[in-house]
Design a protein around this ligand. Structure first.
Ligand code: GRF
Length: 201
């Protein structure tokens, strides 16, 4: 059975597009059941519509988290998704949301966690003087950028790097890492043992 993805985004949507491209080329065995944005003006939701994906905009502005999350969970359930994929979704998930899809929510973050969680991870890496940063795909738990790690890809910080240049190099790796992690999870090759993810095969 081909796994059904529910993708949540708030912005540009390049990770969504990379996943969609990997599916279209047959490199990732999955279907995108629905793409949901909390922002009507997210370029990613326009891109999803242009690709013919089922989409929904569920605005979050000015709403209580619990009510908004309940609506998003209902939309994901109605689309019968197997895996929830956060792709630049700029919202913290409530415990109820995380509990609705146990070990079935993934996030991507532009650093090698646990270094530089939160916003502006690339700027944080530059400010800290890190020589290597990268990206991390992890299961989502109830803490920010914290759950068990599935895939990481390193990226060197180069002398004279700008945030834009570093972010672009990290993004290229994100586009590889996310589909790799999704494939592992859908194939049930990941076993969570405490903080660690054992990958079979
Ligand atoms: C990526 O850098 C991702 O790691 C972070 O948000 C950004 C989303 O980019 N969580 P895009 O919208 O997928 O282009």
């Amino acid at each position: 059975m081909v796994g059904k993805l529910g993708i949540l985004l708030s912005g540009r949507g390049s990770n969504f597009l990379a996943i969609a491209d990997h599916i279209a080329s047959g490199r990732l065995q999955a279907n995108i059941a629905i793409v949901i944005s909390n922002r009507a003006d997210a370029p990613g939701i326009a891109a999803a519509q242009a690709r013919g994906c089922k989409t929904a905009v569920i605005p979050s502005k000015g709403r209580e988290r619990s009510g908004h999350d309940a609506e998003v969970v209902a939309a994901l359930r109605a689309a019968e998704v197997d895996l929830v994929v956060l792709a630049g979704y700029m919202r913290l998930l409530s415990a109820e949301f995380v509990g609705a899809f146990p070990q079935r929510i993934l996030n991507i973050h532009p650093s090698l966690l646990p270094a530089f969680p939160g916003l502006d991870a690339q700027q944080q890496a530059l400010d800290y003087g890190a020589k290597i940063t990268g990206c991390t795909v992890h299961f989502v738990d109830d803490q920010l950028d914290h759950g068990p790690i599935i895939v990481q890809r390193p990226v060197p910080v180069l002398p004279g790097d700008s945030v834009a240049a570093l972010s672009a190099r990290i993004l290229k790796e994100e586009h590889i890492a996310y589909s790799e992690a999704i494939a592992l999870v859908l194939a049930r090759k990941c076993e969570i043992q405490g903080r660690c993810v054992a990958v079979r095969g």
